[in-house]
Ligand binder design. Structure first.
Ligand SMILES: NC(=O)c1ccc[n+]([C@@H]2O[C@H](COP(=O)([O-])OP(=O)(O)OC[C@H]3O[C@@H](n4cnc5c(N)ncnc54)[C@H](OP(=O)(O)O)[C@@H]3O)[C@@H](O)[C@H]2O)c1
Length: 267
């Protein structure tokens, strides 16, 4: 949440071949974050607060002293949110408010007065709600005069699904995009939704001068704070139960959640 970094970055924290670039950025930012955390503990919003990634992110933000507004579809659903209330600092600095990606204006209240918005919520494998939901959050951000940066959790599936015969020696970095045609051909609807949502976010951010960063994790593994299974955990369980998968579905490199929450905060 700081403005000294060039705006508009895609962060691809999974490939070994990207490690140098990522390490440089993390080191570069880490001291700035520490400085910022110790001097200015602002208010930030995390959408999809009950989720696997968001729960860890909220834990880290609370530990760093931020005031966190988390959005969930039903703040009264104890099964989904009780783990959040057990986090250190939650009683003092966490608020859970309602936010539904499918409802226009649903995030107006949540993002208001927040300096940073971490948009992690994602409807499962659905194209139009993924695009509209992301734009919905960004439209709410536009109404907030205090906004400094939006961090969108996208996916490595927006980068790595390419016809290798057409890109034989290309390494992947944040400039690469997955092939929409190949995703359609292989019926990779989740990837298609993430590509479309991220592209829509970049277009909207550029048109409206929003400082946007996208984080592109692959499979995030590690202990879950929530008792619920994340989408990825369900997919992996499905594999163990003998479900079939496409070659691209599980082709990415596993990425532990420990550094991921730092990537979200550092950028
Ligand atoms: N986990 C991974 O390995 C991985 C890898 C790459 C990218 N990602 C991306 O990282 C983000 C978080 O993933 P995750 O694994 O933490 O997912 P998750 O545990 O399934 O959480 C997603 C959250 O999205 C919220 N949500 C779903 N539909 C919604 C709607 N219509 N309105 C508002 N909220 C809605 C749900 O919150 P409620 O039901 O409580 O409202 C849910 O807690 C996603 O954008 C995902 O695409 C994850």
């Amino acid at each position: 949440m700081h403005s000294s970094w060039s705006s508009s970055s895609r962060i691809f924290p999974s490939g070994a071949y990207m490690r140098r670039l990522i390490c440089f950025k993390v080191e570069h930012h880490h001291c700035q974050i520490e400085k910022m955390v110790s001097s200015d503990k602002g208010k930030v919003c995390v959408t999809g607060a009950s989720g696997f990634v968001a729960s860890w992110l909220i834990k880290r933000l609370l530990e760093s002293g931020y005031h966190v507004i988390g959005t969930v579809r039903d703040p009264g659903d104890r099964r989904k949110v009780s783990h959040l209330w057990k986090l250190p600092g939650a009683k003092e600095r966490l608020e859970l408010v309602r936010g539904d990606l499918l409802e226009e204006g649903s995030f107006d209240h949540a993002v208001m007065a927040c300096e940073g918005v971490f948009h992690t919520a994602s409807p499962e494998e659905t194209l139009v709600p993924a695009i509209n939901g992301t734009l919905n959050v960004l439209r709410s951000c536009m109404k907030n005069p205090f906004l400094r940066r939006v961090v969108l959790t996208s996916s490595s599936s927006t980068v790595r699904i390419r016809d290798e015969s057409q890109h034989p020696h290309n390494s992947l970095d944040e400039a690469a995009w997955s092939s929409v045609q190949l995703c359609e051909k292989l019926q990779l609807w989740y990837a298609l939704a993430k590509i479309s949502a991220e592209k829509a976010a970049w277009e909207f951010a550029k048109e409206n001068n929003i400082d946007l960063v996208t984080v592109l994790p692959s499979f995030v593994i590690g202990p879950s704070l929530s008792p619920e299974l994340s989408v990825t955990a369900s997919d992996i369980l499905g594999l163990l139960q003998g479900n079939r998968c496409t070659p691209f579905q599980f082709s990415s490199i596993f990425f532990k959640k420990q550094p991921l929450k730092k990537f979200h905060i550092c950028y």
